[in-house]
Design a protein around this ligand. Structure first.
Ligand code: HAM
Length: 431
């Protein structure tokens, strides 16, 4: 027997029965994003590996352990495969900033508000809610005019609005600030001071992190490291007066908007590019991988990637996790069909198929079984497709240039001339 193939580990098919959820999320997102005046951007799913290393940081877990690098066609003299220098995108902020710089968007407008949907790729150990290919909807607001606490509040409230529109309401928003790059330096100094007495008890990874990137210790999943992090008293003493005032204004604006949040002094996020505000939205029903989405400000990334000195803020939501959290919410059937065409014999097929196309060309959704089987089995197929009306063609209808129309909801049926079908259906469906 021939081998059967399965999807690669950590990836999923999105089957037709799952699609309505995805369509709903995309549709609601687009509606809200339009209201907030964000415009869509689509970038390639792979980029230069160095773009990701430079933006997220060499010491971030993603760059260290999770990059899916593309192999080159070439082999070296020992027949070893060489890397192409390209990687599948693990996230989209770096790509969007690359495009912003490449297309000189800073010269076109003082604030560029972009959004994206698409697959991201991380070579993680798969588990519930943690995939190798997953999808994000995200936004990035970039430009000389973007260093405003009101824009931070807009971005945070937008993420909350989107999640609510998907029917979620048990999530929690956590926020923190890392301050300016100088404040962030002071923060890492403070962390080293507080953690150095515990150094011997940290896991091996965290011992390295202590030297290379002390913030990563705050995200460590090791129980002992977690307990140590809990035991050290964190405060905002590393913040300058300016950064502190900026943070207060963001919080005040969130309060005015009635957005509930919790301040979490150990929230630092796993990517190096963040400065000032960082936030994460989680839902405890998801278990250990509980982040529905996250984001923050990244004021230095554009210049680090060769662009102008402009500021930026954004977030991304994980669509698979949203769907997991929504599981109990009833999904509306987005994809019901207006009509289903039935041919009772081969002699009626030409007429039935022509009608199918006439109806579709008049913007009425329609389908058929493309074969001739019993009325009963074709009616079953029409029912399964969610058709509102069934159009039946048989010997009698063809000879009289008529069609039998059955209203599936009311159960009634009538015969009308075949050249009146479109007008008839348009009138009824409008109502
Ligand atoms: P992130 O926290 O790495 O941030 O990812 C955002 C969201 O993507 C997570 O909260 C989660 O819902 C989802 N996600 C991440 N990894 C996986 C995975 N392996 N499987 C399933 N879902 C996953 C970013 O990606 C930043 N680019 C967000 C951002 C935009 N910051 C500023 N602008």
């Amino acid at each position: 027997m021939s081998k059967k193939f399965s999807v690669p580990r950590g990836t999923n098919d999105i089957l037709p029965e799952d699609s309505p959820q995805w369509q709903m999320i995309e549709l609601k997102s687009r509606e809200i994003l339009k209201n907030y005046n964000y415009k869509e951007i689509r970038t390639p799913i792979f980029e230069e590996t160095e773009l990701f290393a430079r933006s997220m940081g060499q010491t971030s877990d993603i760059v260290q352990k999770q990059m899916l690098n593309l192999a080159s066609q070439r082999k070296d003299e020992n027949e070893n495969i060489q890397l192409s220098g390209l990687s599948l995108r693990p996230e989209n902020t770096a790509s969007v900033v690359r495009s912003y710089v490449q297309n000189s968007m800073d010269r076109k407008e003082s604030l560029t508000k972009l959004f994206y949907f698409g697959p991201m790729f991380r070579g993680e150990r798969p588990q519930k809610g943690r995939l190798r290919q997953f999808h994000q909807v995200g936004v990035e607001a970039i430009g000389p005019n973007s260093a405003s606490p009101y824009l931070d509040a807009e971005v945070i409230s937008l993420s909350v609005e989107m999640l609510k529109s998907f029917g979620l309401n048990t999530f929690k928003l956590k926020i923190n600030t890392l301050g300016s790059p100088e404040d962030k330096n002071a923060f890492s100094g403070m962390l080293r001071d507080k953690l150095c007495v515990h150094l011997g008890k940290l896991c091996d990874d965290c011992k390295l992190r202590f030297e290379r990137n002390v913030f990563r210790i705050l995200d460590c999943k090791d129980k002992e490291c977690k307990d140590i992090v809990k035991s050290i008293d964190l405060d905002h003493s590393y913040l300058s007066k300016e950064s502190s005032e900026y943070y207060s204004e963001v919080k005040k604006t969130l309060d005015t908007l009635g957005i509930e949040y919790e301040e979490s002094l150990d929230l630092v996020r796993g990517l190096d590019y963040y400065t000032h505000i960082v936030f994460e939205i989680s839902d405890s029903s998801l278990g250990s991988q509980d982040a529905l989405g996250a984001g923050g400000r990244y004021n230095d990334l554009v210049s680090q990637l060769g662009g102008a000195e402009v500021d930026a803020v954004g977030f991304a939501l994980g669509i698979e996790r949203i769907i997991l959290a929504r599981q109990k919410v009833e999904v509306d059937k987005l994809s019901s069909l207006s009509t289903y065409v039935i041919a009772l014999d081969y002699a009626s097929m030409q007429k039935a198929f022509t009608m199918l196309n006439v109806i579709r060309n008049n913007c009425i959704s329609s389908d058929m079984s493309f074969g001739v089987s019993s009325l009963k089995s074709q009616m079953r197929a029409a029912n399964k497709a969610g058709a509102q009306f069934v159009l039946i063609f048989g010997e009698d209808e063809v000879s009289k240039n008529t069609v039998t129309i059955k209203d599936m909801r009311e159960g009634s049926q009538r015969s009308i001339n075949d050249d009146e079908v479109v007008q008839y259906l348009t009138g009824i469906l409008k109502r």
